[in-house]
Design a protein around this ligand. Structure first.
Ligand SMILES: Cc1cc2nc3c(=O)[nH]c(=O)nc-3n(C[C@H](O)[C@H](O)[C@H](O)COP(=O)(O)OP(=O)(O)OC[C@H]3O[C@@H](n4cnc5c(N)ncnc54)[C@H](O)[C@@H]3O)c2cc1C
Length: 313
């Protein structure tokens, strides 16, 4: 039988994956509004499982072109009411005039929701180019400005470590991020990425450009690899060759894909932790199991607050 004694470090001095090194790591979780009753059950089971991890906030996406306006509102309001955790509503500029969007925001304010994730949004299905709505907010920075006129919202915005696909250049995209902060955003959440260096380089570039606000990495645990390849293609995120290799031959083997997905995301987060990152935003896809496991590894645990990695708390 293998030697089962415990060791503090793996050969070479690196911490083994099971050792939680984090002091004070925090998570936030993103969900999407369910389409039907079965999806609703899955969502609420996921929210209930993750809520005890005391996330900084739980956010709910806004369907393309505002298609989920009512459902997003209902889920956001219920999360905050049922869990007591601050809920954040995603809101986009697409397909509506300023007055209409302002009304959506006012309804959130009146319902006690104080956190909005302000986005431009993607073109509606069937259109391949984004065109601002006449009389609407053209870009996310304009929406942030509009929200600030309505109430003292906490506003988060999107950031792109690999540059937004429609940006003229990386520098123009960074200027846009700055405009969003100047307009009043408090934090940015990144598009998903898989190589930790991609995020770290972007964080350094943003800091060098004078951005001091938090840029929280968006973590996507991958179980459906084919779907992720499609998403990544659309949003300009690169998928490293080693990931393609890892998921090769597993199209019909969900259990193994899940184990690999948890390992990959945990390693990614730990590489970020080592570089001082302590806030993580998880794209849960309304499934709790992988995110729960990764949070556990990061020391984000139910009931007893952040761990200091000593195993004593
Ligand atoms: C964390 C996160 C959450 C998301 N949630 C949702 C969601 O709930 N619903 C949804 O539909 N989508 C969502 N998205 C996707 C997002 O809507 C798209 O990525 C969209 O294409 C860009 O949105 P943005 O807010 O980053 O846009 P912006 O910051 O407005 O930027 C969009 C593009 O326009 C350029 N730009 C900005 N201002 C100008 C200007 N004045 N002139 C010319 N170019 C300009 C920018 O450089 C960039 O290329 C999310 C993305 C992220 C990262």
């Amino acid at each position: 039988m293998a030697d089962m004694r415990t060791h503090d470090a793996a050969p070479g001095g690196a911490l083994p994956v099971a050792a939680a090194p984090a002091r004070g790591a925090t998570a936030s979780f993103e969900f999407f509004p369910p389409k039907d009753e079965a999806a609703g059950k899955a969502l609420w089971a996921c929210v209930e499982r993750l809520a005890p991890l005391a996330p900084a906030f739980m956010s709910v996406t806004y369907g393309a072109g505002g298609s989920t306006r009512e459902r997003t509102h209902a889920v956001v309001a219920r999360i905050q009411k049922d869990t007591g955790i601050a809920a954040a509503a995603h809101l986009t500029c697409v397909g509506a005039g300023r007055g209409e969007i302002d009304d959506v925001a006012r309804r959130y304010w009146d319902a006690g929701i104080r956190h909005i994730v302000a986005l431009r949004g993607d073109p509606p299905e069937g259109e391949d180019r984004y065109t601002p709505h006449p009389g609407g907010y053209a870009y996310a920075a304009d929406l942030v400005q509009g929200l600030m006129r309505i109430g003292d919202f906490e506003v988060s915005v999107a950031a792109y470590p690999e540059v937004h696909p429609e940006a003229d250049s990386a520098a123009a995209d960074l200027d846009n991020l700055k405009r969003k902060f100047d307009a009043g955003a408090k934090r940015a959440i990144t598009q998903f990425f898989f190589a930790a260096e991609t995020y770290l380089r972007f964080r350094d570039t943003a800091a060098a450009a004078g951005i001091g606000a938090p840029i929280v990495p968006g973590i996507l645990p991958v179980t459906n690899f084919k779907q992720v390849l499609r998403f990544a293609g659309m949003c300009g995120a690169s998928v490293p060759g080693w990931m393609v290799e890892l998921f090769d031959g597993l199209d019909d083997d969900l259990e193994t894909r899940k184990l690999i997905a948890a390992t990959v995301a945990a390693e990614q987060c730990r590489a970020l932790l080592v570089e001082g990152v302590t806030e993580f935003h998880f794209y849960t896809l309304n499934r709790a199991d992988l995110v729960y496991a990764i949070c556990h590894i990061l020391g984000i645990r139910a009931g007893h607050g952040p761990t200091d990695g000593t195993g004593k708390n």
